[in-house]
Design a protein around this ligand. Structure first.
Ligand SMILES: C[S@@+](CC[C@H](N)C(=O)[O-])C[C@H]1O[C@@H](n2cnc3c(N)ncnc32)[C@H](O)[C@@H]1O
Length: 250
C-alpha cells in the first residue's frame, strides 16, 4: 500500500510545508499530475449524474492551485471525447478558486478555455459571497458538482476541527454533488513533523485536533449525518492511498 511516509506526496513529504503552509505548492502538478486522479474518474461522470450537457452545468473547484487539474478535469469530462460539440462546452462552466493569488494569476494566464473556465482568488474559510454571486449570475441555486481535492488537511491544520466541519457544511450547502479527496491522518503527522524539523512551531491546531484517525470517514459521517448528503460512489484510491468519494444531496 502506498504510504505518505514512503512516497513523494507533495502534501506530505516532498516539499517544505513552511514554504507552503496552506498546501499552496508552486509546483504541485510536477509531483501530482492531473492524470493520477483523472484516471480514476469516468469521462461519462456528468451523464452518470444525470447532468445533461444540453443544460447549464456549473462545476466548482475548491483550492484549485494553478488550475492544471481544473482544466484537465474539464477536458476529461467535456472535451475529451471528440464527439463533444462546442455547443456542449458552452453549457458547462467551471469556477476554480484558491487563496493564493500568485497561483490564481498563473491559472488565469494559462487558462486555454476562457469562455468556460474562470479562476478567482478566494479563501474558502472567509467571506464566500462571490460564490453566491456566481451562482446568481448563472441563475442557479447550487453548483452541480464541486471538487474538493487535497484541501481538507490544510484547512484542518490551519483552522482546526471547526474549520474542517465548516468547510464541509459550506460545500454541502452549495453543491448538488461533491467529489472529496481528504488527506489521511498519516499525512498530517508527516507535515507537522517536517515543520518541526525546520525549527518552526506546529500548525496552530495540530495538537488539539479531535478529528483524527480515519479523517475521510469523519468527513463522510459529517456530510451524511449533518449536511443531508449521501455517499454514492468511491472511485478507488489514488497512488497515495486516498479515496475519491462522491456525495449527492439526498
Ligand atoms: C495540495 S493543493 C491541491 C490542489 C488541487 N485541489 C488538486 O488537488 O490538484 C491544496 C490547495 O488548496 C489551497 N487552499 C488551502 N487552504 C485554502 C483555503 N482556505 N481557501 C482556498 N484555497 C485553499 C492551497 O492554496 C493549495 O493550492
Amino acid at each position: 500500500m502506498a504510504s505518505c511516509a514512503m512516497s513523494r506526496d507533495p502534501d506530505d513529504e516532498a516539499i517544505d510545508p513552511g514554504a507552503a503552509p496552506y498546501g499552496n505548492f508552486i509546483n504541485y502538478y510536477t509531483f501530482n499530475p492531473p492524470e493520477n486522479r483523472l484516471s480514476l474518474i469516468p469521462t461519462s461522470l456528468l451523464q452518470d449524474l444525470g447532468l445533461s450537457e444540453q443544460r447549464k452545468t456549473l462545476i466548482l473547484d475548491v483550492g484549485c492551485n494553478s488550475g492544471e487539474l481544473s482544466v484537465a478535469f474539464y477536458q476529461h469530462l467535456v472535451q475529451d471525447p471528440a464527439s463533444k460539440e462546442e455547443s456542449d462546452r458552452r453549457m458547462v462552466h467551471l469556477l476554480g478558486f484558491d487563496l493564493d493569488e500568485a497561483l490564481i494569476r498563473r491559472a488565469q494566464q494559462t487558462n486555454p478555455l476562457h469562455d468556460s473556465i474562470t479562476f478567482i482568488p478566494l479563501d474558502v474559510t472567509g467571506d464566500t459571497d462571490r460564490l453566491q454571486d456566481y451562482l446568481h449570475q448563472h441563475g442557479c441555486s447550487r453548483f452541480h458538482l464541486s471538487l474538493c481535492l487535497a484541501v481538507t488537511m490544510w484547512v484542518h491544520l490551519n483552522h482546526g476541527d471547526s474549520g474542517l466541519l465548516l468547510l464541509l457544511s459550506r460545500l454541502a450547502s452549495i453543491s448538488q454533488h461533491l467529489l472529496l479527496e481528504a488527506q489521511p491522518w498519516k499525512c498530517y503527522r508527516s507535515a507537522a513533523r517536517r515543520l518541526r524539523k525546520l525549527g518552526r512551531s506546529d500548525f496552530d491546531h495540530f495538537k488539539t485536533l479531535e478529528i483524527r484517525g480515519d479523517v475521510a470517514d469523519h468527513a463522510r459521517e459529517h456530510l451524511e449525518r449533518r449536511c443531508g448528503m449521501e455517499l454514492i460512489q468511491s472511485f478507488g484510491s489514488t497512488a497515495w492511498d486516498r479515496k475519491l468519494m462522491l456525495f449527492r444531496r439526498r
